[in-house]
Design a protein around this ligand. Structure first.
Ligand SMILES: Nc1ncnc2c1ncn2[C@@H]1O[C@H](COP(=O)(O)OP(=O)(O)OP(=O)(O)O)[C@@H](O)[C@H]1O
Length: 364
């Protein structure tokens, strides 16, 4: 899978832009606040139908404009695909693939696969379980539509259950129905998450050893708010029944996949609480490069790799690991100066100079 071309109209600080990407490494260099991340964001948007930075469609539209357009042209299995997005300032958006308008975001997922790595991703290791769940949900959703649809259905039932728990009149028969539905969706979601954790373990182990020159071993462990032994559906249903009175008292649902987490263990020690900044950074790097391999295993080809200003933060050996590993992967890198990475870029790369919402193609 390769992106051949990106066109933007009124997107963030780009009035009009049309660029051809190179098949290998593409470096967008420029000073701060010139529009480098905006390019990565538009690619991410075409993959997931949402931004990694904002939930507001309006933020993506050039100030004082009414709509923005993004078109990404992809070469895939020798078939070409075009993703078109029209973003409106009232918050609406429409997305088409090959000119066919999609009725739900789920149908966009998997058309364009990407892995994004930005300095913000350190939070996946350091911060709350919500960010780790989001990592799993985004990665699995782009490989499995059923997962995404189950997640949407689960969240809908969860919101209804929570609304009922908060209301004054609690109908226990309706709670019974919600518990059955939640457990049904959670069963598939939890199984796919566990499967993904197993894949992270199998790819991550050797990647992490390589990055740390055999000094560290990484292991991931799924932590659930209900028992993972035997029948997950029954286990969650029982747990919801067991906690029902507490849930009614608190007005919220205390068990389910929305409460789950996973541990990132380095040499069997939790990286969240005890990892050094460097170890946490390496753990994220391992996760991102494992995600690349998992996508390749499932889809038969590498996704597009988006590296947002991460190289400057990494030490030499990690920088070298990344630049060596991207040889067969179409990669888009943003940086403030190519000088810092140029000597490690072994193959061809295409250089783009970004300045105040316009891009000059610096050639190969
Ligand atoms: N909706 C918008 N309309 C117009 N300009 C915008 C909009 N949103 C952001 N910008 C501008 O885009 C620029 C930021 O772009 P971007 O985040 O891509 O920066 P960057 O080049 O990646 O910088 P850094 O290296 O600091 O991360 C800023 O100048 C900001 O004012």
């Amino acid at each position: 899978m390769k992106i051949r071309n990106i066109s933007l109209i009124n997107y963030r600080n780009y009035k009009q832009l049309n660029i051809e990407l190179g098949k290998d490494v593409n470096v967008f260099q420029g000073e701060n606040a010139q529009g480098k991340t905006n390019i990565l964001e538009s690619i991410y948007y075409a993959a997931f139908g949402r931004s990694h930075r904002t939930n507001k469609v309006k933020d993506l539209i050039m100030w004082n404009e009414k709509n923005a357009q993004v078109r990404v042209y992809i070469e895939k299995d020798r078939l070409d695909k075009t993703i078109d997005m029209n973003l409106l300032s009232d918050g609406r958006k429409s997305i088409s693939v090959n000119k066919v308008k999609l009725t739900k975001i789920g149908d966009l997922l998997g058309v364009l696969n990407v892995v994004m790595f930005s300095p913000e991703d350190l939070k996946i290791v350091k911060e709350s379980p919500g960010l780790r769940r989001k990592f799993l949900d985004m990665e699995i959703s782009q490989l499995d539509k059923k997962y995404y649809n189950s997640l949407v259905s689960y969240n809908k039932v969860l919101a209804e259950r929570n609304a009922l728990l908060k209301s004054r009149r609690i109908d226990r028969n309706i709670l019974d129905i919600y518990d059955v539905k939640l457990s049904e969706h959670a069963d598939y979601i939890a199984k796919q998450r566990i499967n993904y954790i197993n894949l992270l373990n199998s790819y991550g182990y050797s990647i992490h050893k390589e990055i740390t020159t055999n000094k560290e071993e990484i292991r991931y462990e799924y932590k659930s708010s209900f028992s993972l032994e035997g029948n997950l559906r029954e286990n969650l249903k029982k747990e919801l029944t067991r906690k029902r009175e507490m849930d009614i008292e608190r007005g919220t649902t205390s068990a389910g996949i929305h409460r789950d987490d996973f541990l990132i263990l380095i040499n069997e020690v939790d990286a969240k609480d005890f990892g050094s900044q460097g170890q946490q950074r390496t753990a994220v790097l391992t996760m991102k490069f494992s995600s690349l391999e998992i996508i390749r295993k499932v889809k038969g080809e590498y996704p597009i790799l988006l590296l947002d200003d991460v190289l400057s933060e990494l030490d030499l050996s990690r920088k070298k690991f990344i630049l060596k590993s991207i040889e067969n992967i179409q990669t888009v890198i943003t940086c403030t100066g190519v000088e810092n990475i140029e000597e490690y870029l072994t193959g061809n790369y295409r250089l783009f100079n970004v300045k105040n919402g316009s891009i000059a193609d610096g050639g190969e």
